[in-house]
Write a protein that binds this ligand. Sequence first.
Ligand code: GZL
Length: 321
Amino acid sequence: MISNRRTVLSAALAAVITLSVPSAFAAKPLVIGFSQVGAESEWRTANTVSIKDAAKKEGITLKFADAQQKQENQVKAIRSFIAQRVDVIAFSPVVESGWDTVLREAKRANIPVILTDRAVNVSDPSLYVSFLGSDFVEEGRRAGRWLVERQKKTPDVALNIVELQGTVGSAPALDRKKGFEEIIAGNAKLKVIRSQTGDFTRAKGKEVMEAFLKAEGKKINVLYAHNDDMAIGAIQAIEEAGLKPGKDILVISIDGVKGAFEAMIAGKLNVTVECNPLLGPQLMQIAKDVVAKKPVPKRVVTQEGVFPAEVAAKEFPNRKY
Ligand code: GZL
């Protein structure tokens, strides 16, 4: 009888210990090292908020580094994440090239790397496990298609285009230029007369547009800006030159941030091609799957649309960034 009671008591005691003492084997939170391009635009701010919020929601420890748009700062951050032995490294590469060495160091340290937002040009695609982001060439095509359709309204009128490019050497700048040119190629009525980087910022976009206006003045019929922030800066320059943005000069841009919708509602911007920055939840899921040794897609393309001024007021309340 006593031995039975002892058995029951010891089983009960073991159960209490197991339940009450946190197990030394409880899964420790995932640690992700994230190197962000910077804080150059509304898009970037929304992207950062999405990533930080998603990490917090998932109970993931996020080590976040802002590179202030400098590649050397991203390389330093990635090396620091390797030294800290994070579980996953994720980053939005400010430019396409110059990553092989540091990504090989991450591979040697057995730390998986996930690309978000922008792509890299590397000799060995195994240097990253997945790339989550938009198709920038298609975004450029969508901008071009809008202009081709718009030009058909006045088929005999030639339109001179000035282009504000994104950061030199960055995937969005290279690809948005490529996609736009692909669509307008062969159209004798559409001609790019000036093209220069505005580095994705409002200030630089305004400065370069001022130079375009000084050089070309009323010859300019269209502005194609690789992001809304440069377009918003350029709109200020157009107004200060005594011209009406959206009317005297058609304004086409990319991102779909709230500032662009406000400019469209004010009649100063004609169309924005959406580029979705809300990548946080998908990034966290890919990171969890990688650590759990589940298969992850090499390429995840974000879904996005095109918003002409005609729909801006109706769509604005739905905008999340
Ligand atoms: C695009 C992103 C670009 C945005 C800009 O995915 O890399 O960088 O279009 C941002 O607004 O600065």
